[in-house]
Design a protein around this ligand. Structure first.
Ligand code: KIV
Ligand code: NA
Length: 266
């Protein structure tokens, strides 16, 4: 698709229902993001989700995804200790959840070794540089990267290094479009942007783009629907009908034979 200059569409999903939504919309790639820690598990950051939890979500998404290329994040703490730990974690996502590739944050030398190790084990890797939420505290918070000379140079260095380490795709998050534009010509692998301007493709969190997420979202999010409001309104109508007796109505009952009714009364 990159060669044909066809924009690549990627979206997150966290269960069977959202996977079906992504599939019906004919997206190209589905990401089971560790953003599920926040949007489906209610945690305050992505670091809290466990391998076991993300495996459950990934397996459900796999069951709903037939055509799209399926990627799962590797949670914080599941790759940091050693290349062996990283391979073992990636293998679990392939064997137990059936994902096509795994995504790993960062471009420092130890992270590059992990990418190489997983790729050598035969599992495609998606890299992720720029704003890397798993290590946001070390970056000084959830803030755009590549805005100073030092940070822009680091972004370019890490993007190229992740490619050289064998990643098949690279996600760049929250980096000025002009900085991403400067490194794009040097990247043969597809670059999926999020808050990174035009790239080979885009990714957004499903719950953000559908308006399910409550409160403020990042500057780079565009909201295409207001599903959270529709869901709350639907449940509110149901609640008021239960309270008024309007539900259940005649259409929502089962019929019984006269004999069954007589027997029940006897
Ligand atoms: O977890 C996630 O949703 C992500 C994307 C936003 C890239 O990593
Ligand atoms: Na993520």
């Amino acid at each position: 698709m990159k060669t044909r200059r066809e924009p690549i569409v990627m979206v997150t999903a966290y269960d069977y229902a959202t996977a079906r939504v992504a599939e019906r919309a004919a997206v190209d790639m589905v990401l089971v993001g560790d953003s599920g820690a926040q949007v489906v598990l209610g945690h305050s950051s992505t670091v809290q989700i466990t391998v076991e939890e993300l495996l459950v979500l990934s397996a459900a998404v796999r069951r709903g995804t037939r055509h799209a290329f399926l990627v799962s994040d590797l949670p914080f703490g599941s790759t940091e200790l050693s290349d062996e730990q990283a391979i073992a974690t990636a293998v679990r996502f392939v064997k137990e959840a059936g994902v096509d590739a795994v995504k790993l944050e960062g471009g420092s030398p130890p992270r590059l070794a992990r990418i190489r190790a997983i790729v050598d084990a035969g599992i495609p890797v998606v890299g992720h540089v720029g704003l890397t939420p798993q290590t946001a505290v070390a970056l000084g918070g959830l803030r755009a990267q590549g805005r100073t000379a030092e940070s822009a140079a680091r972004l370019v260095r890490e993007a190229l290094a992740v490619q050289d380490a064998g990643a098949s795709v690279l996600v760049i998050e929250a980096v000025p479009a002009a900085v991403v534009g400067a490194v794009l010509p040097a990247l043969r692998i597809p670059v999926i942007g999020i808050g990174a301007g035009a790239a080979d493709g885009q990714v957004l969190v499903m719950h953000d783009l559908l308006g399910i997420t409550e409160g403020t979202t990042a500057k780079f999010v565009k909201t295409y629907a207001s599903i959270g409001g529709d869901m709350a309104a639907g449940v509110a109508v149901y609640a008021s009908e239960v309270r008024s007796g309007a539900f259940p109505g005649v259409d929502n009952h089962y019929a019984a034979t006269a004999e069954a009714i007589a027997a029940a009364r006897a």
